[in-house]
Design a protein around this ligand. Sequence first.
Ligand code: CAA
Length: 240
Amino acid sequence: MARTALVTGGSRGIGAAISKALKDAGYQVAATYAGNDEAAAKFTEETGIKTYKWNAADYDASKEGIAKVESDLGPIDVVVANAGITRDAPFHKMTPAQWKEVVDTNLTGVFNTVHPVWPGMRERGFGRVVVISSINGQKGQFGQVNYAATKAGDLGIVKSLAQEGAAKGITANAICPGYIATDMVMAVPEKVREAIIGQIPTGRLGEPEEIARCVLFLASDDAGFINGSTITANGGQFFV
Ligand code: CAA
């Protein structure tokens, strides 16, 4: 029977590419989104992938939404915690609200997404957790104290989950994309973006599909011995 995958923030950007790649590989896919109804409706129309609306920053909404996905599609075997936001500002200008929004979505959002599916994965003896972190969680970034903190936190989450899930057939891994051609990166001022591209030895932004292929691998049976690790996909911009 086809495995079921949940992708948060799965109707746009990197998440949309992940949802599509999983569907093409034979998974049943549920993609979540937080607010953009129009983009989600268009995505479902184009791909046939079902979308569900809830805010990853809200534990109760996540739990309720996940229960609905499981009643529609069956138990979730693969969870991709991808939903993320930026609220960039130099630290001296960063507001407590900008800090909190990013932490609630990017870090607590991972807890909210994985925690409700974890008991079922343990019971069934199989699970794949993939968290989309970032190059900026590895190296830090001017203007992203909040974002970098959450993306570094993601790495701590998967390293700990890996140890807790291993005996139950669950793996947990992270992917650290570099700068990928999505709305999030396009929102960076053009001059800053051009300077960033200049720091990428490959000489271009990454494509969302290049990250989706990493997810497919980590979700597969072939990746059963890869646990607690980080795949870095950044065009050579930064080496850990
Ligand atoms: N390094 C060093 N100094 C910098 C700098 C940098 N990268 N960027 C700006 N500065 C300096 C400026 O030169 C300026 O100095 P002076 O005051 O001496 O002239 C000072 O900092 C303030 O600059 P700004 O007036 O431009 O500050 P701002 O408040 O308007 O905005 C910013 C700054 C929001 C951080 C802006 O530079 C920015 O958007 N940077 C991009 C941050 C980034 O890379 N975000 C990634 C988004 S994509 C993503 O997150 C996906 C992923 O995972 C990779």
